[in-house]
Design a protein. Structure first.
Lengths: 256, 354
């Protein structure tokens, strides 16, 4: 893997009012890798995600996206960065008044000047890439099951071939088999399209597709390395997570 | 036209594709593509960046057998696209007749839904009365009754003012100044007071009922109540019906008083009918019968508004548009019903000679 940085977070501090969420947080993300972020509830995973996708300003510190500082940007500069990222939120967040196909076409047409025909074919392609059936194109989000919504949201996040893909708990609410399929789909797309993925997850088996794992605890990132080194982490939450019953399954799976 | 050479190059009947075939450039590439025809082979080895947009353009423009050259990444993207390319299923356009029948069906279903709602509510009110929350009832009186006093007061004051002002000029011509009292007080007490209150409450309460119940439905709170064995009708609909039943007549009394006060001020200013004269005559012309005939409309309007508002809330589906649609429908339908019922009241009063 080329050690080429796509995101670099330096000494980040973030807070909601007086409540400090992150302190001195550092994180590097390399091009073409899948980075999983794990951490207990309330450890600030989603806050970090919101900062990285420019929805929330950090209090202090800086981060570079694709080599450019993401601080004090003009509206236009922000838009250029936003064109490079695709986000899939936890609740899928599809526009409910548009069909799945129209959701994707809307994203494409809003960002690039592309003719209708290509945009539509592209939307169809993305739907197929996310392992959905053709008929989903004209269905509305309210007519989809939970798993299909997640896949449709992935298709929309991939709409303009983002350089960086952010996934907020992509497999929460899916059954283990669909979750595994979903993970495989993500892995396949990353390998083929060379995108970088930052994935917040609670699902240990999702870590199997991750190249590196970052653990957020005590307001900062306490570990960021390949999954097989996780046992070296000295943190009670992490130990409980990986050495308990749940963790054994993951460690066994990782060896295989 | 130099720019085209960053993406294309021609060498003896072979078209070399090169550069970044990515989404930012696809618009330009597609425009230029039309001028490159009749090549025997298309070489892809010089492309250094490709994404699915570039890949799709290549797949759409060139025959796969013509592609040559070694480029692992481009080949894998093209393979991915060929594997996943699919036609968008076409949607049949519906004929006018079919659309009309759909519309009729929707309308009929709408009425059936309302009747169903009425039936279920009535059954639940009787059989599951224990689910009734007195606190919700009191809170709704606070929100929909006390909360409406300000706007009801201002509007009925203005209406009283305007009626008196408009009629003053006509009455003055005939020297019938004192009849302003009959005109203002009777019209407000019998018609305008109840109607103003009903329209304000339709706008305020029906929409609020529809939206709050709709959101509860979207968030599956209604289903939760159902599985708990709690009747959503008794819990959510009954307190609202009862609160408007109680609040409407009180608001009407308030609107009557403030409206007549508005008329009184104009009469005093323009027609020299002072407050004492006005009140003395008003107490004679406004009989208890005509006063009650206005008040009695209140509970009826209240029940209708609450029923329409809550039933529209229960119709809301899990779509954002659906919320807007049904909230609007709740206001429009309740204002329409209120005015229609008011007209019916006039006819009935005429028969009963009240």
């Amino acid at each position: 893997m080329a050690k080429d940085l796509i995101i670099q977070v330096k000494n980040l501090q973030s807070a909601y009012g007086e409540r400090i969420i992150h302190e001195n947080l550092n994180l590097d993300v390399y091009r073409g890798e899948i980075l999983a972020i794990i951490g207990g509830s309330g450890s600030g995973k989603t806050t970090l995600l919101k900062e990285l996708i420019l929805l929330k300003e950090p209090k202090k510190g800086d981060y570079l996206i694709d080599g450019k500082s993401a601080k004090n940007l003009s509206f236009k500069q922000k838009q250029t960065i936003k064109n490079k990222i695709g986000v899939m939120f936890q609740s899928a967040a599809l526009f409910s008044s548009l069909s799945v196909g129209e959701n994707i076409v809307y994203v494409i047409k809003k960002r690039y000047n592309i003719d209708d025909e290509t945009a539509k074919n592209m939307a169809m392609l993305k739907i197929k890439l996310a392992d959905l059936d053709e008929s989903v194109y004209w269905l509305y989000p309210s007519e989809l099951s939970g798993g299909m919504k997640k896949k449709a949201a992935l298709a929309r996040a991939l709409a303009v071939d983002p350089k960086i893909l952010f996934l907020d708990e992509p497999v929460s609410g899916l059954d283990p088999i669909s979750a595994d399929e979903f993970d495989k789909t993500i892995k396949k797309l990353v390998d083929l399209l060379g995108i970088s993925v930052i994935m917040i997850t609670h699902d240990l088996s999702s870590l199997l597709i991750a190249d590196r794992v970052a653990i957020i605890a005590d307001k900062t990132i306490i570990f960021c390395d390949t999954p097989d080194k996780i046992h070296t982490v000295n943190n009670s939450w992490v130990k409980e997570l990986f050495m308990g019953e749940r963790g054994k399954r993951f460690l066994d799976g990782n060896k295989a | 036209m130099d720019q085209q050479y960053t993406f294309f190059e021609v060498k003896d009947k072979t078209l070399f594709l090169k550069g970044s075939w990515v989404v930012e450039n696809v618009e330009f590439i597609q425009k230029k593509l039309a001028s490159f025809v009749g090549f025997e082979s298309v070489d892809i080895s010089l492309i250094d960046e490709i994404d699915t947009f570039g890949g799709l353009t290549i797949c759409d423009s060139f025959d796969k057998s013509k592609l040559c050259g070694d480029n692992e990444r481009v080949e894998s993207v093209i393979k991915l696209i060929l594997q996943n390319k699919a036609q968008i299923p076409s949607v049949k356009k519906k004929s006018l007749l079919l659309r009309f029948s759909d519309y009729l069906e929707k309308k009929i279903k709408d009425y059936v839904f309302f009747l169903n709602f009425l039936g279920k509510s009535t059954v639940d009110f009787i059989s599951k009365i224990s689910d009734f929350e007195f606190r919700a009832f009191v809170k709704d009186i606070q929100n929909m009754g006390v909360g409406a006093i300000g706007i009801v007061g201002v509007l009925s004051f203005l209406i009283g003012l305007v009626i008196a002002y408009q009629s003053a000029a006509q009455l003055k011509q005939f020297g019938a100044n004192i009849f302003i009292v009959d005109l203002v007080s009777i019209s407000i007490v019998r018609e305008l007071g109840p109607l103003i209150v009903a329209i304000i409450v339709s706008g305020r309460s029906a929409s609020s009922y529809a939206a709050s119940i709709g959101l509860m439905k979207v968030q599956e709170e209604i289903d939760t109540l159902d599985t708990m064995g709690v009747s959503p009708y008794t819990l959510l609909v009954l307190p609202r019906i009862l609160s408007l039943f109680v609040v409407m007549p009180l608001l009407i009394v308030f609107a009557d008083i403030v409206g007549i006060f508005g008329g009184m001020i104009i009469s005093n200013l323009i027609l020299n009918v002072n407050f004492a004269e006005f009140l003395e005559r008003a107490s004679r012309v406004v009989t208890i019968k005509s006063f009650l005939s206005g008040i009695i409309k209140g509970p009826v309007f209240g029940i209708v508004i609450a029923l329409i508002g809550t039933s529209e809330g229960f119709k809301i589906e899990q779509k954002t548009e659906s919320i807007g649609l049904h909230v609007t429908a709740s206001v429009v339908k309740s204002i329409f019903s209120v005015i229609a019922i008011d007209a019916a009241f006039s006819v009935i009063y005429r028969w009963l000679k009240i």
